[in-house]
Design a protein around this ligand. Sequence first.
Ligand code: MOS
Length: 697
Amino acid sequence: MTRSIERTVAVGEDTERVDGRAKVAGRAPYAYEHAVERPLYAHPIQATIAAGRVRDMVTERALALEGVQAVLTPDNAPRLRTGQDAELEILQDSGVAFRGQLIGCVVADTPEIARHAADLVEVDYERAEHDVAFPRERSGLYRPDVVNPSYETDTDDGDVGTALASAEVRLDAEYRTARNHNNPLEPHTTVAVWDADGLTLHDSTQGVHSMRSVVAGLFDLEESQIRVLAPYVGGGFGSKGTAHAHVVLAALAAKRMAGRPVKLALTRQQMFTLTGYRTPTVQRIALGADRDGRIDALVVDVEEQTSRIKEFAEQTGVPSRTMYAAPNRRTSHRLAALDVPVPSWMRAPGVCPGMFGPEVAMDELAERCGLDPIELRLRNEPERDPETGKPYSSRNLAECLRVGARRFGWENRPAAPRQTRKGEWWIGTGVASSTYPVHHSPGSAARIERGTDGRYHVSIGAVDIGTGAWTVLGQIAADALGVPAEDVVVTVGDTNLPFASVAGGSSGTANWGSAVVAAAQGFRARFGDDDPPAGSEHTEAAPENPDTERFAMHAFGAQFAEVHVSADTGEIRVPRLLGVFAAGRIVNPRLGRSQLLGGMTMGLSMALHEDGVMDERLGMVVNHDLAEYHVATNADVPSVAAEWLDEHDPHVNAMGTKGIGEIGIVGTAAAIANAAYHATGVRVREFPVTADRFLTG
Ligand code: MOS
């Protein structure tokens, strides 16, 4: 294993991001802005039925429009290799699996002409009955083989039935989360160029190498014939972590237009259908405890949806498996396969929705046991990971709760709900735990080269989606090489650079940083510590870390919310959020804080606003834009603060980092729901927490 970095001069420095100035000055070319010769523009044609097939597409009027170069349909589109991924294998047959599915595209001289012409294509459908209703009867659900990405679907330890029956305190309740949509600032865009050498994609993606491998499979190309570039990406949250059909559409169009580059930018509305979304969930939770609050039985049964053509099973029951000590535990996942778009990753898949029901249930259990909700959590701290029996590499949830309670001013909190009112407003506070696993993906590699400029050039095919990865990799390299940070230049975002895992699972810094440290140490071993000649070069992959087998590795946190609810209207406001995290070493406080604040803000958004509303007659989400699908903006978020413990974990990797991209969103929404109860005495078990939920109370 690589030696850990002992000299941490650059690591821990609060520096600005290396790409920051280019971005704010408008000099950072995002995928769509990449300059190409004589570009053409593609606009998608989407199905307007939710199930059935396309009988005929009449393209004459579209083709007659000046500036239209081609109309691709299932009849004339280039062929793909099929049978692997029905979401991506578009225009290969006439079937329609959900409303909004791609059934064609117009290629034209300008985006405006392409969009206009797409409207002129007349589509004749053979309609079938569609089924998009969720939630539904459990009998209409099926059991997936695994849940994302490869966790066991169901677990059953001990004897939950007996333990629940004999528990002194019992809780049995149902919790629901809404359908949530990823809305990164930069929409999904692709520029595809097909020439004699193969295919080049300038793509807004979280992983250039993973994208290349998927596209190679579909188009029957060698990976060496494809280059994917993504130097600047304006957010992703997981929606750019896997390939979606629009990338294939752009590549199909470019293949058809051989030699002419094709640019495709999804509209905000199209993103609601084509880029994945977070499934709604139903969580049936049972807890059994003794009067002192020690949990003996825990049940989390999850129901959620997937698309009929491709399974995505959100791992909502998984965080409960490791969160608290409970000798008897059962978790399960069941899915409804519907005529809906394909759900996928959204910031902390599984963990984010899966820490809502259980963390509200903990609040309810605390009340029944007459305990403070922090004390209840402390009493259920496990010695070892309850799921695997392994020791934790480090687990500092208790310290996060204690430090957070002090900072937030928890000690004067009234135990009972509905105690504090100022004028129109009921005021309450709530707490919830956060967690996120430390994911490792093998294989990332980095190259270090001494340049003629005397600086050390670090190359890795990583993608900085706005997280600050570009910057922190330079800090890590500087310490591993033993040089000042300004002597390091990092290049990312290109399949021509050494392989890098996808920017997902909060694992970028861990995986890529491990590769950078390995390459730097290998470089020093080969060329010595002093002034190696220009051109000295070394490439090395991150080593295996045997500790990942020996320890359970998770980051933890505690989130606190203050909530005001209007006695007159039920309007809910969140004037204050505080998160305290234990996520290993924080490489750059400024960028780390930004990740955590962003996650918490997104959690607030989930709690109060985000709700994709399915019109079951049409089979579509009707509020598919930012006017009607509300995401939190500045006025919704008066004060969010994030802090962290100085946690040293020698087991996770050479840097001691655990990952911070996702944990910020985990637990926020439960803390807000718990605070809303404390303010009003009305228990809301369903997101979003809107004004009408308080009317019954
Ligand atoms: Mo994140 S949902 O793993 O990109």
